[in-house]
Design a binder for this molecule. Structure first.
Ligand code: SF4
Ligand code: SF4
Ligand code: SF4
Length: 160
């Protein structure tokens, strides 16, 4: 364990290559993120929509049940060790919304809340002859902002 980064990982008790928990926007790849992030909480304190919380191991994760990401970049600006790092033109993340089976419209109950919340018009409702319009997600248009998640009355939307 002569390599200093390996030693730091050892001392922190993990060598991370992947996390199921979404990181804040513009996070480095998981292993590099875990190496740099000091778990200081500055990103969480900086977030105006309060969607960053402490996740596993004290590392920051985004909780879309608390609100949406506006991509303001405040979390990145506050990250001293540059575990969050915004390079020109780089996407914030690869997260996208997904509509699950708990969706009311899928159960033939009228609901269009998610479509009304989506500023990117990524959720459109396709009319069904004699039935309930069904939501369809345009993955290419979705930014993964999460604005549709909390307002969904059945918790049918996940961002992953
Ligand atoms: S970009 Fe802004 S809204 Fe999104 S997680 Fe960072 S501080 Fe919060
Ligand atoms: S807000 Fe939720 S329940 Fe309503 S249409 Fe969208 S996914 Fe379905
Ligand atoms: S995550 Fe944001 S952009 Fe994607 S469908 Fe939901 S509201 Fe629209």
């Amino acid at each position: 364990m002569s390599d200093p980064s390996s030693r730091r990982n050892f001392l922190r008790g993990r060598v991370a290559t992947h996390s199921a928990q979404p990181r804040p926007p513009w996070a480095l790849a998981e292993a590099a993120f875990a190496e740099r992030c000091t778990r200081c909480g500055d990103c969480a304190r900086a977030c105006p929509t309060r969607i960053i919380r402490q996740g596993d191991g004290g590392y920051p994760t985004v909780d879309f049940a608390a609100g949406e990401c506006t991509f303001c970049g405040e979390c990145v600006a506050r990250c001293q060790p540059a575990a969050l790092s915004r390079t020109a033109g780089a996407p914030a993340w690869s997260l996208r919304a997904a509509i699950g089976e708990q969706c009311l419209a899928r159960r033939l109950v009228e609901c269009r809340v998610c479509g009304e919340m989506c500023d990117s018009a990524a959720i459109r409702f396709r009319p069904q002859p004699g039935g309930i319009a069904q939501p369809e997600l345009d993955v290419a248009a979705c930014t993964g902002c999460g604005a549709c998640v909390a307002p969904c009355p059945t918790g049918a939307i996940a961002v992953r």
